[in-house]
Write a protein that binds this ligand. Structure first.
Ligand code: ACO
Length: 436
């Protein structure tokens, strides 16, 4: 199914406090809830709308990703995430997000060739790494080095040139694994491992992360497939906080490398991409199953800021479809690695069961989200918790850059500029310091 332009379905009538009425067009997308078009509201009535957290606001039109949170549905360009996770590859999903269709073999080979050929980073970028303390969080390194790409690739900064936009997109998708693996190697004091053109995207990343020049290293195909699946599952997720950050940054016509760096900064927060790291920290904090009730009680206590990490989602009020795939992948990886007795996994499963039966979580529709399982898989694969969000950033780069490209191509695109409900003091006169 191709993109369907929005259509004006009908009108809604808004009655204002002064008794006047204002007609709002009701727009219909290809699926999902209809939206009230309030674009002319302020100009014609003098009223703003108030929606902190954007829980009722569609900030843009998009043909990339559809989510039905009530039904637990996620699809990219019409293809269900479960089917993509099972049958596709991360690079094919990148192509789908960028171009709207699944590639033919020839189109894929060409795309794959471009990504492969752009995976090296400028040698001078190595000096950026050396400037960081050894104990720097890899996300802090990523925010810095991805933003720094703007200083190296001047031939892909003209956002009005479609060829340069495409080049920037390819560079970002190709270089993120290299930069991410380098952040990890730097933290260990190990030499950086260069990308290898004969390897797939996921294999290459595992090789750059876990191999050493001193020893042979063979990428385990089960782990490479799991890695690829993790990347597919995180590739895009509609207008979440980091994607909206990328779009907002890009709406001022900032360059794509700087925009993606802003997305990485937003993703880092524990309420967003930092959650998979927070899940592991929480499981370690809980320690043993007998302490689960204590932590469940804390999560329910409104005076305690503690929340069950990996539970709940702004949009999914049903099982996160990615969580289901991730759960299966989790078992495959543990089996492949011969981890039959993983205490943290046991703890996670017990926590999941107890929380799913507890009326507090059931009533609020707080199901385990994708991060609940991804942390356990990544830990089993050998990644330290500090790398979890980096992997998420690497994967989401495809979505960020595809969403950015979609926005820039929109003829009516304008700078994003929300308004506010001002609650500060009204006009007053300046008082000199000696009179305060
Ligand atoms: N543990 C305990 N209570 C929770 C949790 C949780 N994890 N999540 C939500 N609640 C409660 C809230 O206290 C609130 O209760 P109330 O109605 O009695 O006041 C109710 O459920 C609704 O929660 P909100 O905060 O209004 O929901 P919101 O949509 O704003 O938050 C969020 C979504 C941020 C994901 C939240 O569920 C959370 O903090 N979860 C833990 C962090 C996490 O796992 N984040 C990953 C998100 S997925 C991703 O980024 C890929």
């Amino acid at each position: 199914m191709n993109n369907v332009s929005k259509i004006e379905a009908q009108k809604a009538v808004l009655t204002l406090p002064n008794g006047q009425t204002h007609e709002l067009p009701v727009l219909q997308g290809s699926t999902g809830p209809d939206v009230l078009d309030i674009r002319k509201l302020y100009a014609e009535t003098g009223y703003f709308t108030y929606d902190p957290g954007y829980t009722s606001t569609a900030s843009c039109e998009s043909g990339l990703t559809f989510i039905d949170g009530e039904q637990g549905v996620l699809s990219h360009r019409g293809y269900a995430i479960e089917e993509l996770a099972e049958k596709s590859t991360y690079l094919e999903v990148c192509y789908l997000l960028l171009y709207g269709e699944l590639p033919t073999q020839a189109q894929f080979d060409e795309f794959d060739g471009h990504i492969t050929n752009h995976s090296l980073v400028h040698e001078q970028l190595l000096y950026f790494y050396r400037g960081f303390r050894r104990d720097a969080h890899p996300m802090s390194i990523m925010v810095g080095v991805v933003g720094a790409l703007s200083a190296f690739y001047h031939d892909s900064l003209d956002i009005d040139d479609p060829v340069q936009r495409r080049l920037a997109a390819y560079r970002l998708i190709a270089k993120l694994p290299t930069l991410a693996a380098m952040a990890y190697k730097y933290s260990l004091g190990h030499p950086f491992v260069y990308p290898k053109n004969e390897m797939s995207y996921a294999e290459n990343f595992l090789n750059m992360t876990f191999s050493l020049p001193t020893e042979p290293y063979e990428v385990n195909p089960v782990l490479a497939r799991a890695m690829d699946r993790i990347l597919i599952l995180h590739a895009d997720h509609e207008q979440n906080a980091s994607t909206s950050t990328v779009r907002l940054a890009g709406s001022s016509r900032a360059n794509p490398f700087a925009c993606v760096a802003s997305g990485i900064a937003s993703l880092w927060g524990p309420a967003h991409g930092g959650a998979n790291e927070a899940v592991l920290t929480m499981l370690n904090q809980i320690g043993t199953a007998d302490r689960i009730p204590e932590f469940i009680a804390r999560a329910k206590d409104k005076d305690d800021p503690f929340r069950l990490m990996g539970f709940g989602h702004r949009v999914y009020k049903n099982y996160d479809p990615r969580a289901q795939v991730m759960r299966e992948t989790c078992h495959e990886v543990l089996e492949e690695l011969g981890i039959t007795q993983e205490p943290l996994l046991d703890l996670a499963m017990q926590l999941e069961r107890i929380a799913l039966e507890d009326p507090y979580f059931v009533d609020r529709k707080l199901f385990p989200n994708v991060d609940f399982y991804s942390g356990i898989i990544l830990k089993a694969m050998g990644f330290p918790t500090s790398m979890f969000t980096v992997l998420f950033a690497m994967s989401r780069t495809a979505g960020w850059i595809a969403q950015w490209k979609e926005m820039i191509q929109e003829p009516t695109q304008k700078i994003g500029r929300p308004r506010q409900l001002y609650i500060g003091p009204t006009e007053r006169s300046y008082v000199p310091m000696d009179k305060r």
